[in-house]
Write a protein that binds this ligand. Structure first.
Ligand code: CA
Ligand code: CA
Ligand code: CA
Ligand code: CA
Length: 299
């Protein structure tokens, strides 16, 4: 085996190690593959992302089930994990700084809700912004969820305030919004942007905001160890537009779906591809984790 080939194989091994590496929680989703190139395909994730959904909308006030145009558009969600962390990326047209003031028809951001078993019961919440009763980046179990303004059939409940008891009795609990209360079981990391960024997705003039989250898998204990499917969900307090991802790939131990070739597969890689990877890796890593265009908040 030539020294060039040995070096190329070593570089491939290094490359595959990095594919299982945690994403950098800085509010910039370029490490997930999200590109600032003003095209729909620029939102496609890279191979390290286990599950995702794209739902960038434009040109209509209707989002499903609510109205609100770009300011309430939930546009993309990405989910990944390694042996230690569950990580989530979100792109939305909804500014994290949007005031929560139902009397003025303004609704703040919701939190991330996770349903193990995908049975309609959201077992955990990750607090994104913080509130009077919850702390940014903390993970809660036994969550009392706020709900949006829509019934399970998508029709309006008839109330503008999502927390009125009468609204809560009618609203669709399968689209939870904010964590009202719960048991604080541990701390993750949250970063988000507060300045709208153009040139993402098919309508480059629209402004976008990003959340990036990482939480220790150990917080989900038996739920994670059970290997059951799970849903990751996010919406605004009105729930005008919800987005969710169902993760169904095997996840016990180190996940091996799609990212890490078996040794036998590695040996079959064409030499030309190894050379190409070596060439790509030899470039300085300046474009991989460029600085966010706005300072993220970190918790
Ligand atoms: Ca990042
Ligand atoms: Ca949009
Ligand atoms: Ca949408
Ligand atoms: Ca559940």
């Amino acid at each position: 085996m030539s020294t060039t080939l040995i070096r190329a194989l070593a570089i491939v091994a290094l490359f595959n190690t990095s594919s299982a590496q945690a994403f950098i929680i800085d509010g910039n989703l370029s490490d997930w593959g999200v590109k600032n190139n003003g095209t729909a395909t620029g939102l496609a994730p890279n191979a390290g992302v286990k599950a995702h959904k794209l739902e960038d909308q434009h040109g209509s006030n209707y989002l499903n089930p609510g109205y609100g145009n770009q300011a309430y558009d939930a546009e993309a969600m990405y989910v990944a994990w390694d042996a230690n962390q569950l990580q989530i990326g979100i792109m939305t047209g909804h500014s994290p700084l949007t005031p929560n003031n139902p009397a003025r028809n303004s609704y703040g951001a919701g939190d991330i809700a996770i349903d193990f078993g995908i049975n309609g019961l959201f077992d955990y919440g990750i607090e994104l912004l913080g509130s009077a009763t919850t702390t940014r980046g903390h993970v809660y179990s036994g969550v009392n969820w706020a709900v949006g303004l829509f019934k399970s059939n998508g029709s309006w409940t008839g109330y503008y305030d999502p927390n009125l008891a009468a609204n809560r009795a009618r609203a669709d609990s399968t689209h939870p919004t904010s964590i009202l209360s719960g048991t604080d079981i541990g701390t993750g990391t949250v970063a988000y942007t507060t300045v709208g960024q153009a040139n993402y997705g098919a309508w480059p003039g629209d402004l976008h905001y990003f959340y990036e989250v990482s939480v220790p898998l150990s917080l989900f204990s038996a739920d994670w160890a059970s290997g059951s499917n799970f849903r990751v969900h996010w919406s605004q307090n009105c729930a005008n537009d919800s987005i969710w991802v169902d993760a169904t790939a095997t996840r016990l131990g180190m996940d091996t779906t799609g990212t890490v070739p078996e040794p036998g597969t590695l040996a079959l890689l064409p030499l030309g591809m190894l050379g190409l990877i070596a060439l790509r890796r030899s470039k300085p890593p300046t474009s991989r984790h460029h600085a966010p265009t706005t300072a993220p908040y970190l918790a």
